[in-house]
Design a protein around this ligand. Structure first.
Ligand SMILES: Cc1cc2nc3c(=O)[nH]c(=O)nc-3n(C[C@H](O)[C@H](O)[C@H](O)COP(=O)(O)OP(=O)(O)OC[C@H]3O[C@@H](n4cnc5c(N)ncnc54)[C@H](O)[C@@H]3O)c2cc1C
Length: 478
């Protein structure tokens, strides 16, 4: 607590603007610019019509990015009467993406943010097609020819009574989120390139790639794993070596195919319900989305080589795809071959020592991008949004913001970073790279039945109470 308080005092006691983009000495911020907050004119196209809460809100938050994290935060801010504007670099809301599975923790977070949103989710989500597999997360199989039949293996489920299988198309999830966010709170084509803090004036200036600027009381960087805001927190906070995403040692082929096609290629008994096919250096997940009319496929290939391509997506030939899955059952290879032959390099933020600096705070993948093995990245961003919007709702003066961010960091960071770590561990188990499990699928299934409980059963109401209590303690302590 002493470290947090001294950080808050140092930030509030500093004079002059602080350019948050430049890495500085540990735990200090540089103060490069000589402009004052008053001199910052918003040259952005007409100021957004403020949301209904603005009249009563003592702060105005700039949310950078309109992915699942940014939009969930926006809905949470509306609920908590916190005024905001979303700045999104794309020209419109994203419609790209594949399937997203959400655990009961993510769905509880969604319901606590907005019961309406949670009800909408039920209209777009899919469970296993077999009704009796309601509580089955996935069935574990061998990826090898015969799916393990030669070893006497039959599909073994993992899950829990607290868990109900649900997944959605990411575009559908974004649709229901955007339906809850007033259009006049979002500005598109606004790529944030820089953020300058004016710590004594309760103001931040955002600079955009189009040359315009805007002001806000604080910035929440929801700009994803490659977003700009991470550098603007971790640089000045003294952790510049943690800014860059780390290649997680695997890439994925991703696709969505009509369920009828998946059943034809894989066999009706293997498509329809969520499956997880494991083998040496491979892990292939298939599960229904779009009310069961489509099958989502994520086929991960593990490698010990570094990712040396200039971009995170790399087109290969169909033969190269087949070579990656040479030891895999032909039916699965045929299904994977329905995808574009594009490798998506998977990166994560295995270490993030702090989620905020002064008036800039991180949420979602910008804070804790994770590998997909525990299907929890989007869920964590919804949990973040719940806790952050809840504590922001208690802020009565901008001077309290660093305490609110510190309380959020204290509640969220241990859990979210544990997700990143344990997801990477699970990837190794799935790909038979963990010597404790090898290719013993029975042992692996036992691990799967235990390992998700701390994620799924987490008490979010307790976190909400804790974040408010710690916020009160910290800002009184300043
Ligand atoms: C293969 C795969 C499978 C996955 N499966 C699951 C799953 O089943 N369940 C689950 O919970 N999670 C899953 N995830 C993780 C999940 O997709 C992410 O955790 C989640 O989408 C992160 O949301 P976000 O809002 O933080 O970031 P993003 O979705 O990346 O959104 C960031 C937004 O910020 C915008 N932006 C970026 N830079 C700027 C800038 N400088 N200025 C303004 N705007 C900017 C972008 O355009 C984008 O709209 C999976 C991930 C992968 C890779």
């Amino acid at each position: 607590m002493g470290v947090v308080l001294s950080r808050l005092r140092r930030f509030l006691g500093r004079s002059g603007p602080a350019k948050t983009s430049a890495p500085a000495q540990p735990h200090t911020a540089s103060a490069k610019s000589t402009e004052s907050a008053e001199s910052v004119q918003s040259t952005a196209s007409p100021p957004p019509t403020v949301p209904p809460a603005a009249g009563r809100s003592p702060i105005h938050i700039a949310i950078v990015g309109s992915g699942i994290g940014g939009l969930s935060l926006a809905v949470g801010c509306l609920r908590n009467n916190v005024s905001f504007t979303i700045y999104e670099s794309a020209l419109k809301y994203s419609v790209i993406g594949a399937g997203v599975g959400l655990g009961p923790n993510a769905l509880r977070a969604m319901a606590l943010i907005s019961p309406e949103l949670r009800a909408l989710y039920d209209t777009i989500s899919s469970g296993n097609l077999s009704q009796e597999k309601l509580h089955v997360a996935m069935e574990a199989m061998y990826a090898e020819p015969g799916f393990g039949e030669k070893r006497g293996w039959t599909p073994q489920p993992f899950g829990a009574p607290c868990y109900e299988r649900t997944s959605a198309h990411r575009a559908d999830l974004l649709d229901i989120l955007t339906s809850q966010v007033p259009k006049n709170t979002v500005q598109f084509n606004k790529r944030v390139t820089d953020i300058t803090q004016f710590p004594n004036e309760g103001c931040v200036k955002l600079s955009f790639a189009d040359g315009t600027t805007a002001k806000a009381t604080a910035v929440i960087g929801c700009d994803g794993v490659k977003g700009a805001s991470r550098a603007m927190v971790l640089g000045p906070a003294g952790f510049p070596e943690e800014i860059a995403p780390v290649f997680a040692g695997k890439y994925a082929y991703r696709s969505i195919v009509p369920m009828a096609k998946a059943q034809e290629v894989l066999g009706a008994e293997y498509a329809g319900d969520a499956k997880c096919f494991n083998g040496t250096n491979v892990n292939i997940m298939t599960y229904p989305i779009s009310s069961g009319t489509e099958c989502n496929i994520v086929a991960c290939m593990f490698t010990d080589k570094p990712w040396t391509h200039a971009t995170w997506t790399h087109r290969v030939t169909e033969d190269e795809v087949r070579a990656d899955f040479a030891d895999v059952d032909d039916r699965l290879v045929a299904l994977i071959s329905c995808a574009e032959p594009v490798q998506w390099a998977l990166h994560h933020h295995i270490k993030t020592s702090i989620y905020y600096h002064g008036l800039v705070c991180l949420l979602g993948d910008s804070a804790h991008a994770t590998t997909p093995h525990q299907a929890s990245g989007a869920g964590m961003s919804i949990e973040d949004a719940l806790i952050l919007s809840h504590v922001l709702g208690a802020v009565q003066d901008w001077r309290e913001l660093p305490a609110a961010f510190a309380a959020y960091d204290e509640v969220r960071r241990p859990r979210a970073q544990k997700i990143v770590r344990t997801s990477q561990e699970l990837g190794a188990i799935y790909a038979c790279r963990d010597p404790r499990y090898g290719d013993d699928m029975g042992k692996i299934v036992k691990n799967l039945n235990d390992r998700f409980l701390w994620i799924w059963e987490h008490n979010l109401e307790a976190d909400m109470a804790t974040v408010r209590r710690r916020f009160q303690e910290m800002h009184k302590g300043c």
